[in-house]
Design a protein around this ligand. Structure first.
Ligand code: NAD
Ligand code: IPM
Ligand code: MN
Length: 353
């Protein structure tokens, strides 16, 4: 089959890591009967500089027409003025909304050989294997009203946390479906002791759970969840939560795996195409040095093969090559080693032969 893949390298280390995932995909293409057609579009700061907008209509339309979208990262200090009306991150939010990808899957698995790369004790990390299902197109990120105004001579700012029951139902349902094929436990994370939106979330989660009698549902407040993520991370199977809680908890969870550079993600909606991106940002502190960890990006490409291109065998081949390279001691700087982005990728490629 022929697949159209739109590549959005973005800013900072985005272009450095996306190039490596393309190398991996080209190796896969050579081993399969499928053809990948890659095309590049701009997003984020580079698009602001070139087009005056973080994502042009044309770039979004190209993404909507493709089978899958692979994204590096957006943002950086150059575009960080808090008074600026145009910001790189708007491009990413417009893309997620424009593709309708409401479910962001962030798998967190600790590789036994990387336990020493994490600040946590070994006994906390053994067996950690969870899937965070982050709601991606609702909540505080998109709620209206949003913006700034002057009230009684004082500048005010507002963001709105709003969810409809349908938005909650579809994401919770998806998380139960994933749990059914895993350890059969869903932890729904909310702040129901304070937020009305969380109380609706809890009510819908209970309703959905009735259709999944084989899966256990537990509710956990987000502050407790952030504590449990480091005291008993192995107790989680599937976590489902609203947009911003999921954003924050997954950066925390990445520490369990040894580095922010390790975690991939898949963003899915009801139709195609899916969006695939590592959870890390543009890492301005290391950009341009050729030392970024490519693993989160390469594993995102593997998720793309699995969820959008139905190439499960090839996805597993990439994941096994990454695992084996880590078992064999290959490490970038952030993992406690000294390999460059290119050298780490070469080690992964070697293990795909
Ligand atoms: P960040 O994730 O870019 O970096 C946090 C820390 O992790 C840095 O020390 C960085 O060097 C390190 N790190 C991240 N990815 C790494 C990798 N692959 N290999 C090695 N080390 C890695 O977060 P930040 O510094 O808070 O944000 C920088 C910019 O990125 C901001 O503009 C932010 O908005 C943006 N951002 C974008 C995305 C995205 O595009 N999906 C995600 C998060 C942040
Ligand atoms: C992420 C990032 C984004 C988010 C930003 C850059 C908009 O932190 O993908 O985790 O908050 O969703
Ligand atoms: Mn984030």
């Amino acid at each position: 089959m022929d697949f159209q893949i739109t590549l959005l390298p973005g800013d900072g280390i985005g272009p450095e890591v996306i190039e490596k995932s393309v190398q991996v995909l080209k190796t896969i293409e050579n081993k399969s009967d499928n053809q990948f057609h890659f095309s590049y579009e701009q997003i984020g700061g580079c698009s602001i500089d070139a087009n005056g907008s973080a994502l042009t209509k044309e770039a979004l339309a190209a993404c909507q027409k493709s089978d899958a979208v692979l994204l590096g990262a957006v943002g950086g200090p150059k575009w960080d003025n808090p008074d600026s009306k145009i910001r790189p991150e708007q491009g990413l939010l417009a893309l997620r909304k424009g593709l309708g990808v409401y479910a962001n899957l962030r798998p967190v698995k600790v590789h036994p050989a990387l336990i020493s790369a994490s600040p946590l004790k070994e006994e906390k990390l053994t067996g950690v294997d969870m899937l965070v299902v982050r709601e991606l197109t609702g909540g505080l990120y998109f709620g209206e009203p949003k913006g700034r105004s002057i009230i009684n001579g004082q500048e005010h700012a507002v963001d709105t946390l709003i969810y409809s029951e349908e938005e909650i139902r579809r994401i919770v349902k998806m998380s139960f479906e994933f749990a059914r094929n895993r350890k059969k436990k869903v932890t729904s994370v909310d702040k129901a002791n304070v937020l009305e939106s969380s109380r609706l979330w809890r009510k819908i989660a209970i309703e959905v759970s009735r259709d999944f009698p084989d899966v256990a549902l537990e509710h956990m407040l987000v502050d407790t969840a952030s504590m449990r993520l480091v005291t008993s991370p192995f107790s989680f199977d599937v976590i489902v939560t609203e947009n911003m809680f999921g954003d924050i908890l997954t950066d925390e969870a990445s520490v369990l795996t040894g580095s922010m550079g390790m975690l991939p993600s898949a963003s899915l909606g009801n139709g195609k195409p899916g969006l695939y991106e590592p959870i890390h940002g543009s890492a301005p502190d290391i950009a341009g040095k050729g030392i970024a960890n490519p693993v989160g990006m390469i594993l995102s490409a593997a998720l793309m093969l699995r969820y959008s291109l139905h190439m499960d065998r090839e996805a597993t081949m990439i994941e096994q090559a990454v695992d084996q390279s880590i078992t064999d001691g290959c490490r970038t700087l952030d993992m406690g080693g000294s390999l460059s982005t290119s050298a780490m990728t070469e080690e992964i490629l070697k293990r795909m032969q």
